[in-house]
Design a protein around this ligand. Structure first.
Ligand code: CA2
Length: 155
């Protein structure tokens, strides 16, 4: 059987990682994070799609395209975390397990970052652990997929 597909989606400005604001977001570039995710996914027996866009509609199209194709979504929605009802609706509509990741601890920063709209669609949220958070999210996702698979098999 093919490895279950997990989409790792990244929102606006995450393409700038490693170039500016290392004190908040760390020194890893998005390419470094992709390499970390590819390595972890291979070890966990997951197929991986890793994408970044600065455009809300493009992210929504990618989320919608996960329906019936991917088994889970790991998403760092960037600034859209705090504003996008449309992205939240798209995530909910997939009916897939979602794990939201933030490099920084959004609860330790400006008050407007405290609220995540998209987290309402998430099974879990990881924040403040830097690039390592993506690897932890993939491990958690592998567990959620395995649990869902064994439920289906024993039903
Ligand atoms: O901590 C996170 O991962 C965030 O999702 C990052 C977003 C921010 O808007 C969220 O509140 C928390 C920002 C994306 C990265 O933005 C950069 C801006 C300048 C230099 C490097 C990255």
């Amino acid at each position: 059987m093919a490895d279950p597909l997990v989409a790792v989606l990244n929102g606006p400005n995450l393409n700038l990682l490693g170039v500016r604001e290392p004190s908040i977001y760390g020194r890893a570039t998005l390419a470094d994070i992709e390499a970390l995710c590819r390595d972890r996914a291979a070890r966990l027996g997951l197929a991986l799609e890793f994408r970044q866009s600065n455009h809300e509609g493009v992210l929504i199209d990618w989320v919608q395209a996960c329906r019936g194709r991917a088994r889970g979504i790991v998403i760092n929605p960037g600034g859209l975390t705090h504003t996008s009802v449309a992205l939240l609706d798209a995530l909910v509509a997939t009916d897939l397990p979602v794990i939201e990741v933030h490099l920084s601890n959004i609860h330790r920063r400006e008050p407007f970052r405290e609220r995540s709209l998209t987290a309402k669609a998430a099974t879990g949220v990881i924040a403040g652990l830097g690039a390592a958070g993506y690897g932890l999210a993939l491990e958690a996702m592998a567990g959620l997929i395995a649990a869902a698979t064994s439920e289906t098999v024993s039903a």
